[in-house]
Design a protein around this ligand. Structure first.
Ligand code: PEP
Length: 250
């Protein structure tokens, strides 16, 4: 039985207008198969408006892959929460390992962005995860715990109610090497315990997503784990049929 009810597509720097149309048509045609599952599409900024125009049915929401920590002003190249809200964006991915590595985003910056996003009433999807060396050195939990502590620092219980945590082991992202359901569940159970300890009832309800080479053929076994409440999907979210198969498994 699945414990999942939220599936988020992260297109990264991929996609075009044709994909927004194709994806919304495939989702529309298949949505009866995954009724009750909340589906979020996070295309690049340039396709948000186009995608918004195609979402005309229930249970599919729009997400962004990043946002500025500032509200407005002289920040060339940045995009604010208000700008995203105007397009109907409801979710924002924060602290993805690719941004942490390529844009040198720190936990402190992730926390500042999480504050801005949740204050505005949007949902922040906070990504955490260890690399291969950290796992092999048995440091997985200490890495994740530190990321949680620092990336969520300063959020009120009300803001925490607008947080989703995505566990994405870096060694599994885009590699085809998925964490086994047991490996993922072990970390998810610890994240759940930490959230409950720190945020009580709110932490008990925080959706926990697994991300890292989730495909149509492994989604069901991952989603059947007790503390896996859904998935953050990269590569497999670029194909409508594959993505729908994952949504169906939720
Ligand atoms: C991701 O980038 O968030 C991700 C999980 O990618 P993939 O599914 O391709 O591993």
């Amino acid at each position: 039985m699945s414990n999942a009810s939220l599936v988020i597509a992260n297109w990264k720097m991929n996609g075009n207008r044709a994909l927004t149309r194709n994806m919304s048509e495939v989702l529309r045609d298949n949505q009866a198969d995954f009724k009750g599952v909340n589906v979020v599409i996070c295309p690049p900024y340039t396709l948000l408006s186009e995608m918004a125009g195609h979402i005309y049915y229930d249970d599919v929401a729009l997400g962004a892959q990043n946002v500025s920590e500032y509200e407005s002003g002289a920040h060339t190249g940045e995009v604010s929460v208000a700008m995203l809200q105007e397009l109907g964006v409801e979710y924002v991915l924060l602290g993805h390992s690719e941004r942490r590595a390529e844009q040198h985003e720190s936990d402190q910056l992730v926390a500042a962005k999480a504050a801005t996003v949740t204050q505005a009433g949007l949902t922040a999807v906070i990504c955490v995860g260890e690399d291969k060396a950290q796992r092999e050195a048995d440091n997985t939990w200490s890495v994740i715990q530190a990321q949680l502590e620092k990336s969520l620092a300063g959020l009120s219980a009300k803001q925490m109610a607008r947080v989703v945590v995505a566990y994405e082991p870096i060694w599994a992202i885009g590699t085809g090497e998925t964490a086994s359901p047991a490996q993922a569940q072990e970390v998810h159970a610890k994240i759940r315990g930490w959230l409950v300890e720190n945020y009580q009832q709110v932490g008990a309800k925080t959706p926990l997503l697994y991300g890292g080479s989730v495909k149509a053929n492994n989604a069901e076994s991952l989603f059947s784990e007790a503390d896996i409440n859904g998935g953050l999907i990269g590569g497999a979210s670029l194909n409508g049929e594959d993505f729908c198969a994952i949504c169906r498994a939720a």
